[in-house]
Each structure stands twice: as C-alpha cells, then as structure tokens.
Design a binder for this molecule. Structure first.
Ligand code: NAD
Length: 468
C-alpha cells in the first residue's frame, strides 16, 4: 500500500499535469461518482446498517439521493460556473478585459465525520471535482463498514491519479495534516477543528470548517401544535438525533410546552411504535463511547424525563427521550447533545427566548415554529446562525441553491451546489491590458502634479464607470 506521501506525490503530479482542468474530465469524474452510488446502493445501505443500524429509508434520503441530486445539479451547471465573470470597469481600465477566473486550488483534503459518513465526504467532493481539484478523502474510523467501502469503491470509479482515500483515526489524520494541502475541508467537532486549524496554520492553508453546536428551536405565538410536533420529532430523531442540524433544544412558554408534550408523545408512538427499541426505523448510537457519553449526560441532568429514558447498552440503544424543567446551566445545555435526547426549556416571552438564544454560541441552524410571520421575522432579524428555517427542521440544507455552513463556533465557509464549487475555486482577478490610452496612463507617472492628481482621481472613480 502506498504511504501518505506517495499518495500525495501522485496527486500533486497529476494536478500539475493539468489533467483535471478540462471540463470533460470533470464531467466524466462526476458521472462516474454517480455510477458508483447507483451501482453500489445495496452495499452502501448494508454498510450503513452495519455501522449504526441506519434505516434504509433514512440512508437513501440522506446519504445517497442527496448526493445524486447534488451531482445532477453540478453536472447541469458547472460549465456555467466555470465561465469567466466579466466585471464593470472605470475610465482608467476602459480598454482592458477584466474578469474573474475560477481556478482549481490544487490538492485538497476532505475530512469527514461518522454521522452521515457518505454524504459528508461526497457532497464536498462534488464541489471539489467540479472545480477541477485533486482530492484526498479521509473518512471517519468511527463508522468502519462504510469507511472501508468508500476506500474500496472510490479507486474503482474515480481516477486514481487524482483522487485517493486515506483511512485512519486521530493519529493518521494528524500525520496527514502535517502535509501541505491547498485547502482543508473539515466536518466534525469543534474540539478537533482547533487542531485542524493549528495544523493548517503551519502551511497557511485555507480551511472550511463545518462544525456543530446547539441548534435551538423556538416555538412562539400561535403554533399548529400537531404539525409542529410531527416536524420537530422527525428532525430531532432522524438518525437518532445524530445530526449537526438536529434541533438540540426547544424553547417556548410553559403553556406551549404543556400543549406540545402530549402531541410529541403521540407522534413518537405513531412514528416508532409503543416500544421504539423494536422499531427498525430508529437508528442506533454509533459506538459504545458515544452511547456512554449520552447516558452520562442524561445522568448528570437535573431535568425531569417525561418521555422515554430507556436504554440498552449492548444494542447501543437510547429511546427517544424528552426532558422538561431543564435550566440554562444544566449538563444538557453545556455541550451539543448529538443524540435522541430533547430538553424543553421555557422562556415566557419571545424577547426572553431570543435573549436566551443569543447568550449561546452562534448555532449551525436556528428554527422557529409560529403561524405568525411577524414572530418568524423577529427571530430572523434578531439572531445569528449558519442557516435558518421556519416551521420545520433540517429541510433547508437539502436545497443545493442555498449555502450550507456555520458562523462563529459552528464553522466557517460553506458548500452545496455552486457554493461548493466556489469553496474549492480560487477567484483569480484578471486584467488583460492593451497598449492603448497611454496618455491616460501618463496621469500616474511622475513628475506628480495637482492637475494630474485631480484627473487621475476622476478616471479611477466609480463615477467614470457610467461612461462605459
Ligand atoms: P470528530 O471531530 O471526532 O471527527 C471528524 C474527523 O476528524 C474524523 O475523520 C476523525 O478521524 C478525525 N479526527 C478525530 N480526532 C482527530 C484529531 N485529534 N486530529 C485530527 N483529526 C481527527 O467528529 P465526529 O464525532 O465524527 O462528528 C460529530 C461532530 O461533527 C458533531 O459536533 C457534529 O455537529 C459535527 N458535524 C458537523 C456537520 C456540519 O456539516 N456542520 C455535519 C456533521 C457533523
């Protein structure tokens, strides 16, 4: 097997050869990636089930189809994205050709997490291929079955000179990060993001960080409680709550909470039956370590469990669990929950709810449920988050025309659709100058005079653009 440095040398030399630049190469690789997903759907589903009993339905929707849709979108549009973007000019540059040229960055590293192990490697990969880069993929060792399958399939479908999978855990990733990349795209926890940033700083490598955090879900004003309960429960317990955009906690008045709870209980029974442990539609926790972390968090909470709370260590099972009487300083509120545990906190006014939200770190997603558009707008205008969705959860990130990414501690940079292409492109500012208008150029040459200065200021000003 090739060492890390042999792999990187191979990719770097392929990039230098210019093989990834032609549109046709990119299109072929994107099409092959599509075939990889379509021809191996059964194996992919099996691997995801082996890793954490991911239900077929959830795996198809959130791991396979989302990538296929992204591929269709990229294949249909990347030629337009590649085109030079001509910009407006001033008098001083009247005869020049001025444009932004999207160029690939080079050899980029994509590090993925385990919770959507395929999607979160493949969606950035689509952008990176469309933009003409060579790519090293580093899947998560926490989901070994899909990690191994990705390592087996990628070289069968994509150019081995340009794309490689390097497997391993923290130690292997740290070693990999010692190498120089042209961009690092990291999805994972905030704590590891710090060491990724430190490693990137050695080579001044630009990074995209797709991190997590606590996504709030505010319910205020008039709310269609039965519909809210269905959408909330779906968004929270999809993938057993192991989603970076899952609602982390609910914030509402005591009256709304009391109306919501019986509906949530009913919806959970409708979705997962009376004994969710026997329900094939509920995912398991990915590893004993993650199961223990969640159970300890539940144990440390001084909130009151009102729904669920059952667990089974052997099966890495935790029932969909809802708690009330949870305070801001509760253990559940000190870190991202990332599991099937939903605390409901109360704040008696919308303003108080917004203040509460704004005291926390800026989240990756923020949700508000209300039938009153003034309430939705008030929350939108008075908070900050990576993404925003009213009257639902998670859905906003399925649209490739919207950028997906965090803000502050939930990450920096974005991708999906054109945004992914942009992330993996350098926007090269190009000015092709001719030899004309030398008298105009003369304005900037010494000897400097007041007269030259006032003319120069005018020719360079945006006002002179109106002459174009
Ligand atoms: P993680 O940070 O533990 O692991 C992510 C990747 O980093 C893995 O490939 C892992 O091998 C590698 N890694 C682990 N330790 C490392 C180290 N010390 N140095 C270098 N690399 C190391 O994250 P995770 O547990 O796989 O994922 C869960 C986290 O990811 C949650 O916080 C979640 O919110 C976040 N997440 C964010 C998004 C998003 O799009 N913003 C999506 C999914 C998950």
């Amino acid at each position: 097997m090739d060492t890390q440095s042999q792999v990187l040398e191979r990719l770097r030399s392929a990039f230098s050869s210019g093989v990834t630049i032609p549109e046709e190469f990119r299109r072929t690789q994107l099409t092959k990636l599509m075939s990889m997903l379509k021809e191996n759907e059964e194996q992919i589903l099996k691997a995801l089930h082996k890793d954490f009993s991911k239900p077929k339905f959830e795996a198809v929707v959130s791991e396979i189809d989302i990538v296929i849709n992204e591929l269709h979108y990229a294949i249909d549009n990347f030629t337009t994205w590649m085109k030079p973007e001509y910009v407006s000019k001033n008098l001083a540059t009247k005869l020049d050709t001025c444009f932004v040229r999207r160029e690939p960055l080079g050899v980029v590293l994509i590090i993925g997490p385990w919770n959507y192990p395929l999607q979160l490697l493949m969606l950035p990969l689509v952008g990176a291929i469309a933009a003409g880069n060579c790519v090293v993929l580093k899947p998560s060792e926490v989901s070994p079955a899909i990690d191994n399958l990705i390592a087996e399939l990628v070289p069968k479908y994509l150019s081995q000179d340009c794309f490689a999978v390097i497997q391993g855990g923290a130690e292997e990733t740290k070693a990999l990060l010692k190498n120089r990349f042209d961009h690092i795209f990291y999805t994972g926890s905030q704590i590891v993001a710090r060491s990724v940033l430190q490693a990137a700083s050695v080579h001044l490598t630009p990074v995209t960080l797709e991190l997590g955090g606590k996504c709030p879900c505010l319910l205020y004003g008039r709310v269609d409680i039965p519909a809210a309960a269905r959408r909330l429960v779906w968004a929270k317990f999809f993938n057993a709550g192991q989603s970076c955009v899952a609602p982390d906690y609910v914030l509402c008045t005591a009256a709304t909470r009391d109306a919501l709870l019986p509906e949530v209980r009913q919806v959970l029974e409708d979705f997962y039956g009376k004994d969710p442990q026997t329900c094939p539609d509920l995912c398991r926790i990915v590893s004993p370590r993650h199961w223990t972390r969640l159970m300890e968090l539940l144990g440390k909470s001084s909130g009151k469990v009102v729904i669920g709370g059952e667990s089974n260590q052997e099966e890495k099972y935790i029932a969909p669990t809802v708690l009330v009487d949870v305070s801001e300083d509760d253990a559940l509120m000190q870190e991202e929950i990332f599991g099937p545990i939903l605390p409901i906190l109360t704040a008696e006014t919308l303003e108080e709810g917004i203040r509460f939200t704004n005291r926390q770190e800026k989240p990756l997603a923020l949700y508000v449920f209300s039938e009153e558009s003034s309430i939705v707008n008030t929350v939108l205008e008075n908070t900050q988050s990576g993404g925003f969705c009213s009257n639902d959860g998670i859905i906003h990130m399925t649209l490739p025309t919207l950028p997906f990414g965090g803000i502050g501690s939930s990450g920096c940079g974005s991708y999906h659709g054109r945004w992914g292409f942009e992330t993996f492109s350098h926007r090269r500012a190009c000015m092709l100058r001719g030899w004309g208008l030398e008298r105009l150029n003369g304005l900037r040459y010494p000897p400097y005079t007041e007269n030259k200065l006032s003319w120069l200021r005018w020719t360079a000003s945006p006002k002179s653009c109106s002459l174009m």
